[in-house]
Design a protein around this ligand. Structure first.
Ligand SMILES: Cc1cc2nc3c(=O)[nH]c(=O)nc-3n(C[C@H](O)[C@H](O)[C@H](O)COP(=O)(O)OP(=O)(O)OC[C@H]3O[C@@H](n4cnc5c(N)ncnc54)[C@H](O)[C@@H]3O)c2cc1C
Length: 417
C-alpha cells in the first residue's frame, strides 16, 4: 500500500516476534542484508486523554507495566475464561490491593483499560522491520524458477483421490481445479490457505471432503481480525522523539472491553508513529481488532477521518489527516481475518489435527497442510507460517528419502500450555 506516492506501508506483518538468530525470519532477513538497512530509533510514548491533554508519562508507564504483568502471568487462573475477562478481574483485585483513593482508581483503571485492548505476544523482543517483510518475500522468490510460479490462480476445488492423466500419459492423484477452469495435476499439494478461508470453504473445497475431525478442528479454532488505519498528516503534531500515542479514555475500565461498533474509536488500541520520518513522512498507524476491526472495514474515509481527528481535538491546531487508508483483512475472500487463536476451553493440540496430511488409497501424504494455523507453538506469526512450510517440505523429503537443508533447523519453543 502506498501513501502519497512516496512511502509504502505494511498492511500485514511488520514485527519479528522474538527477534534473535534462533528466529528463522530474523535469520533470513539478516542473510539477505535487510537488517543492516534497518533504522531503529528508540522513541518515547505519549499518553493523551480524551480532552487532548497529556497524561503524566511516568504514572502512565508505571500503571501500564503493572497491567502487562497481569497479562504475562495470565496462565494462572485462565481456565475457561477469555484473557479479557481474566484481565478485568485481576485489574479490580490490583486496585483493591493497592487501596488507592477513589479518584486515582479511575485514572489507574483507564490506563489498565489500554493494556487490555492491546495485542500481546510473549516470544521475546519484538523488532519492527517495517517494509522489510515484503522485500524478503521478493528476495526468496528470486530463487524460484519463474516458470514454476503461478500467481493469481484461485483454486476452487482440490480433488485428491483420483487418477488424473496428463498429456504425456503420467498419472497423478491430485487435481487442482482453478476458478479460471485451468487444471493443475500433482503428486502432492501443500494447502496453506488461512483458517479463516477454511471456515467458509472447508466443506466444499476438498473432494473427497475432509475427515470429520479436521472439519471439527477448523470449526473449533478461532480466526480473529486485526486492522490498521493509516493516517497521513501534512505536518506532525507530535514531537519528533514520540514513537507511539495512546488515547486514555477517562472513566473507561478493563471491564468496558466491549467490542461495540458504535464506540469503535474508543476501541482503537494505540497509534504507532512510523519512523524514521525521512522515509515515511508523518504517518500514524491506528490498531484495532475483533468486531471493531470488522466494523472499521465498512466505514467510508470520511467516517474514519472525522472521529480519529476529533480524539485529538483537545488541541485545535491538529489538522485533519491528508490521507487515510485502512486494511480490510476480514473482507478479503481468500483470508477472512488475520490470526488463528485458541478459544477458551479448546486444546492447542487441535492444530496438530489440522496439520495431519491426508493419504489417498494409493499414495501417502497427497494433501499436506501448512500455514500459521497448523503450528501450535508459533501460530499467528510469520515464523510459524514459515516453519510449518519447512515441516511439510521435510515430510515430503523423508517420503522420497531425500535430505533437506532448510532453516527448519531452528527449534520450536516449548509450548507453555
Ligand atoms: C494486520 C496484520 C498484522 C500482522 N502482524 C504480524 C507481525 O507483526 N508479526 C508476525 O509474525 N505476524 C504478523 N501477522 C501474522 C502473519 O502475517 C501471518 O501469521 C502469516 O502471514 C500467515 O501466513 P500463512 O502462509 O499461514 O497464511 P497467509 O499469509 O494468509 O497465506 C495464505 C494464502 O493462501 C491464499 N489462498 C487462500 N485461499 C486460496 C484459494 N482458494 N486459492 C488460491 N490461494 C488461496 C491467500 O490468498 C494467501 O495468499 C500479521 C497479520 C496481519 C493481517
Amino acid at each position: 500500500m502506498v501513501l502519497s506516492g512516496k512511502s509504502w506501508v505494511d498492511t500485514g506483518a511488520q514485527f519479528i516476534h522474538g527477534a534473535s538468530d534462533a528466529n528463522p525470519v530474523y535469520s533470513l532477513l539478516k542473510q539477505h542484508n535487510l537488517l543492516s538497512e534497518l533504522v531503529t530509533e528508540e522513541g518515547s510514548e505519549l499518553f493523551l486523554n480524551d480532552k487532548g491533554s497529556k497524561v503524566d508519562t511516568e504514572f502512565a508507564n508505571r500503571m501500564y507495566e503493572a497491567g502487562e504483568e497481569i497479562i504475562w502471568r495470565k496462565h494462572e487462573g485462565l481456565i475457561g475464561k477469555s484473557l479479557g475477562e481474566h484481565f478485568a478481574e485481576e485489574s479490580q483485585q490490583l486496585i483493591q490491593k493497592w487501596g488507592s483513593p477513589e479518584e486515582e482508581q479511575h485514572k489507574i483503571l483507564s490506563i489498565l483499560h489500554l493494556v487490555g485492548k492491546n495485542y500481546f505476544c510473549n516470544m521475546g523482543d519484538d523488532l519492527n522491520v517495517e517494509g522489510k517483510m515484503f522485500m524478503l518475500k521478493d528476495k526468496l522468490l528470486e530463487d524460484l524458477p519463474k516458470d514454476r510460479l503461478l500467481l493469481n490462480r484461485p483454486v476452487s476445488k482440490v480433488y485428491w483421490e483420483g487418477s488424473f492423466r496428463n498429456e504425456e500419459g503420467h498419472q497423478f492423484p491430485v487435481c487442482l481445479l482453478c476458478e479460471n477452469g485451468e487444471q493443475i495435476l500433482a503428486d502432492h499439494v501443500v494447502v496453506t490457505v488461512s483458517v479463516g478461508y477454511l471456515k467458509t470453504a472447508a466443506s466444499t473445497f476438498f473432494d473427497p471432503p475432509l475427515p470429520q475431525e479436521k472439519l471439527e478442528a477448523v470449526e473449533k479454532l478461532g480466526f480473529g481480525c486485526l486492522n490498521k488505519i493509516f493516517l497521513e498528516y501534512e505536518e506532525a503534531f507530535w514531537e519528533s522523539d514520540i514513537s507511539s500515542i495512546s488515547l486514555v479514555w477517562e472513566g473507561e475500565t478493563p471491564a468496558d472491553l466491549s467490542s461495540s461498533t458504535t464506540r469503535w474509536i474508543k476501541s482503537l488500541q494505540h497509534f504507532t508513529v512510523m519512523r524514521p520520518k525521512e522515509t515515511f513522512g508523518n504517518v500514524l498507524i491506528g490498531w484495532c481488532s475483533g468486531n471493531v476491526a470488522e466494523h472499521v472495514e465498512t466505514l467510508t474515509e470520511q467516517e474514519l477521518t472525522a472521529p480519529t481527528t476529533s480524539v485529538f481535538s483537545g488541541n485545535p491546531s491538529i489538522p485533519v489527516p491528508k490521507r487515510v487508508l485502512r486494511t480490510q483483512w476480514q473482507s478479503k475472500k481468500f483470508i477472512q481475518g488475520t490470526y488463528t487463536y485458541i478459544p477458551p476451553g479448546i486444546d492447542a493440540k487441535i492444530m496438530d489435527k489440522l496439520a495431519e496430511p491426508l493419504s489417498s488409497s494409493k499414495k501417502p501424504s497427497v494433501v499436506l497442510f501448512a500455514g500459521e494455523g497448523t503450528i501450535k507453538e508459533l501460530y499467528g506469526t510469520v515464523q510459524g507460517a514459515l516453519l510449518s512450510g519447512h515441516r511439510e517440505a521435510e515430510r515430503l523429503a523423508q517420503h522420497y528419502g531425500r535430505a533437506v537443508s532448510t532453516t527448519a533447523a531452528c527449534s520450536l519453543p516449548d509450548q507453555e500450555n
